[in-house]
Structures are given as structure tokens and as C-alpha cells.
Design a binder for this molecule. Sequence first.
Ligand SMILES: *Cc1c(COP(=O)(O)O)cnc(C)c1O
Length: 372
Amino acid sequence: MYQKSRAWIELNIENLKHNVEQFRGLLPRDCALMPAVKANAYGHGAVLISKALQEHGVQSFCVASVTEGIELRNAGIEGEILVLSYTHPSQFQDLIAYHLIQTVVDGKYAQELQKDGREFTVHIGIDTGMHRLGERWENIEEILKIFHYPNLKVTGIYSHLCVSDGMSQMERSYTIEQIHHFEYVIEELHRNGIDNFKCHLQGSYGILNYSELCFDYARVGIALYGILSGIEDQINATIDLKPVLSLKTRVESVRVLYRGESAGYGLTYSTRKNQKIGVLSIGYADGVPRNLSNCGYVLCNGKMAPIIGRICMDQMMVDFSGMEQVEAGDEVVLIGKSGKLEIRAEDMANWAGTITNEILSRMGGRLERVAV
Ligand SMILES: *Cc1c(COP(=O)(O)O)cnc(C)c1O
């Protein structure tokens, strides 16, 4: 049952569907969305998000691990599920049992899958310049060999862009080189009589900054949740994205501190006058970064309240001075809207010195997640 007890995430499914439509409008007609729902759908809740996407016609998903794939299958997700990273041979049986597509992370891994003796459906990762995963784009012979392994059913190839969010001349030309390398592999495969495979290259920024590209799938992640990675990021596309997630908690205690008193672990905050302090029932175990200590603010009853003292594991404190009507049980917004004010995930990430991808993917397991 939905309790909204101490801290929770609200998911705006209408905004998610709106974002899906925006991406469908931006991408070429033949390019399907293959949303990245790894890391519990960037903290949003993989099952809730994937089900909503499936209801809205999405038929392909990518995850980071077999375990994430199994969670989706058990929840009734039927389309293609691509595992983006390494699977240990001890979990090979689950690839088959749950109809998951495995990434070939390099040539050696392809050999290992072939040697196992069972048949696997795979997409071959191609390293076009990020140098993380994939067989190097120049090694056409090696890539052809993988296509010809009898136990591997290769249904796709893909690569990943590593500076598609950048607008500098250097970053743009590096990305264009990566695109050319990927296209070169596709052409070489065609030249060798191999035609029956899907291709995909773009994540969020690949779509937003290179939307003219036309591959079979686009692996949209962060932007599908309605936000960008960094507060200052510029994009080429004209698109209207709406945030899906709000993060909320409650006031658990309101107390007065006298002038000159200090609060919290390490006594890092001292009052300059008599101040009204609010204690909130959320902390770093829920995903509020500890380096928001004495940094940033929250919203309560349409007003801003600065964060004071160190963020604790299960609690944090804010300054409610000047707010008359605030009491235990009141809702507090850490990400989302309150009255006319809004805190975006980009703001929180900026205060914490990181990107929204990290903030959201680390949202804690004990937060309730509810569709509104
Ligand atoms: C996570 C991931 C994505 C999605 O990235 P976003 O930048 O969040 O859109 C796409 N492709 C791969 C290989 C990934 O690991």
C-alpha cells in the first residue's frame, strides 16, 4: 500500500509519455526508442517506468545487468531487453531463460559465449573511440568472425559516443569521427553480404545534438526522464522535455535554536540569531548527497528553506526562520515544485558538483515510488 510515510518519489507518467512523444517527433520515422532503464530506471523505479513505456508502445529496453533484465521480465515486460555490460558465465543460463540479448563486450568474450555450447542472441559492441567496451572498429575480420560463430545469433551492432554532449570544435569532430567509424563497420558488413542486423549509436546527447542520424534504435536515457545531465548543457535540438521525478519528504520536528548554538554532526552550522530549524526525514541513505551539507535549499509550502548542517544518514536539517506555519508532518520538496517555486534535478546536481545521472541513479531503495 502507498504510505507516503517518510520520504518518497512521485512519478509523473504523463510527463514521461510527453517526453516519449517528443523523442518520436525528433527522431527519423524508422528509428525506434530503446530506453535505458538501467540502475532502476535512473532511480525512478524500473518496473513502473518500463510498464508505462510498454503501455505507450515502447518495445525495446536496455539494462546494465542480467538481474535488471530478470526484474523486468518478472514484471511482464515483453519486448527486447539488451544487457549493456558483461555477464559472468555463471549467469549465462539466465540470458537464455529470460530471452535477454547480451552485448559482446570484445572479441574474447564472443569466443567465451561460443565455447559455452548454448545459443545466445547478441548485439556486438563496437569501439569507435570511447575505448570502454566493444571490438575495435578497425578489426573487421574479427567482427565478421563473430557473425559466423555458429552459437551466436547476432541481431545487432552498436557503439557509444563519449563526447556527444560537447559543443566545442574538438568534441564535435571527435563525435563525427566516431559516427564515421560506425558507418564504416556497417558498410564493410554489407560488402561481405551481411545485412540482417540492427544498428544503434545514440544515447540522449547523441539524439539531442545529432538528431539527423538515422539508425534502427536510439538508446535514450537521462533525457527521457525529462532532464539534462548538467545545468549548463546546451543542445542543438528543439525539444520540450518535462521532468518525471519529484523527490519529497516530511518535516519530522520543528525546533528553535538560540543565537550562537550549533547543529548537527561536527557542529558545522551556527545560528546568528534565534532560528526556527526543521528536521526532515530523509538523508544520504536515501540519495541526498552528503556534500549538500550547508549547501542548497528545499521547498516547503511554496517557500525556500536553506539546508543547514551536515546531511545525516536518515535526516537532514533546514532553516525555517521566517516561515510561520510549518509543523511536523508537512511535505517538503527536494526535487520538484512547491507553489510557484521549483527545484530541478539539475539544480541539486549542480550544488553537489555532479551530474543528474549520478544523483538520480543513487536514489535509495527505501524511498517509496508512486505514479501520480
Ligand atoms: C547508459 C547508456 C545509455 C543512455 O545514456 P544517456 O546519456 O543517459 O541517454 C546509452 N547507451 C549506453 C551504452 C549506456 O551505457
